[in-house]
Every structure is written in C-alpha cells, then in structure tokens.
Design a protein around this ligand. Structure first.
Ligand code: S3P
Length: 171
C-alpha cells in the first residue's frame, strides 16, 4: 500500500466531524508515515485558536494562513495530513494536493456528522447556529468539490478501525 503512494502524501478531506484527524492518525501508524493536522499547525503558527483567528482577522485571513501552512507541510515530504473542512475548497490548495498527494474524501451522512460535532464549541462556523442546518448548507456547497478527491470512502456509521481499513484497501 505504501509503495502505491510512490512518495506522495495522503490528504484527508471532508466535513467537520468526518473523522479526518482520528482516521489520519490511524492511517499514519499503519503506513509508517508522519501525521500532521493542518488545523493544529495553523493554530501553532498563529499562536491562537482558530476561533480567535476568525474573530480577530476574519475567515479570509484564516484561509490564507491555511493555504500557506498546507503548502509548507506538503512540501516537506510524504505524510498523512488531516485538513480542516474548508481547505480543499480553495483552488490553489486543491491544485497542490493534486500534485503532491492522494486525496481521500471521508463521506459521512449528516446525522453522523451532527452527532460528532454536537456539544463541541471550538468551531467558529457552528457558533450560535444549529449544527444540522450549517452542515446541510455546507454539504450542498462542498460535496461537488469533495467529489473530485482521488478516493471517496463512505464512512456511514463505521468505527474508525473499519474506515481506516477501507482507506488502506482503496489506496
Ligand atoms: C472548517 C473546519 C474546521 C476548521 C475551521 C473551518 C470548515 O476543521 O478548519 O473551523 O470550513 O469546514 P475541521 O473540519 O477539522 O472541524
């Protein structure tokens, strides 16, 4: 499986709550590749949380930082990278992912996503709004783009072990 990557990274895309970080860590262990979480790296680079970034500088500034951080990471050699749900929507980031990585969309039903993000308050796009409503809107906007990923993995209600196995089988 790792040989099939031919030096490329594995980049996980999909909506908030899809399990990109959880699956990414498991995949990295199995593939014996380093794991990176783009959101965590952005927070480290900025020295504050993503929620604070949105508040202080707005989403556009966050997106610019996100693009820079993902570029720096992917230029650093093969890895498993979990991206924030909006990263793959950026055309430049998408182009970079296309040249450096195999992209994997973790496709989950709305109910699964909604349950996973419930009660977690660190995501600025969900702040003060009904999570289901936000997720439904984002699904309509983003699914046509996520669909361009190299691999689409249906997660349904699967455990992270099952999803990891499905990704490894598809790589
Ligand atoms: C976002 C998803 C978040 C984070 C930011 C914006 C999005 O990451 O990058 O809050 O636009 O979908 P997760 O997908 O890891 O929650």
């Amino acid at each position: 499986t790792r040989a099939a990557l031919a030096g490329r990274s594995v980049v996980l895309v999909g909506l908030m709550g899809a399990g990109k970080t959880t699956i990414g860590k498991r995949l990295a262990t199995k593939l014996q590749l380093p794991f990176h979480d783009a959101d965590a790296e952005i927070e480290r680079a900025a020295g504050c949380s993503i929620a604070e970034m949105f508040e202080r500088w707005g989403e556009t500034a966050f997106r610019a930082g996100e693009r820079r951080v993902i570029r720096r990471l992917l230029e650093g050699g093969p890895m498993v990278l979990a991206t924030g749900g909006g990263a793959y929507m950026d055309p430049l980031t998408r182009a970079l992912i296309r040249t450096r990585a195999v992209s994997v969309w973790l496709r989950c039903p709305l109910e699964v996503l909604a349950q996973r993000v419930a009660g977690r308050h660190h995501r600025p796009l969900l702040a003060g709004r009904d999570a289901r409503e936000v997720l439904r809107e984002l699904m309509a906007i983003r699914h046509p783009t996520y669909e361009k990923a190299d691999l689409v993995i249906d997660c349904d209600n699967d455990t992270s072990e099952e999803t990891t196995r499905a990704v490894l089988g598809a790589l």
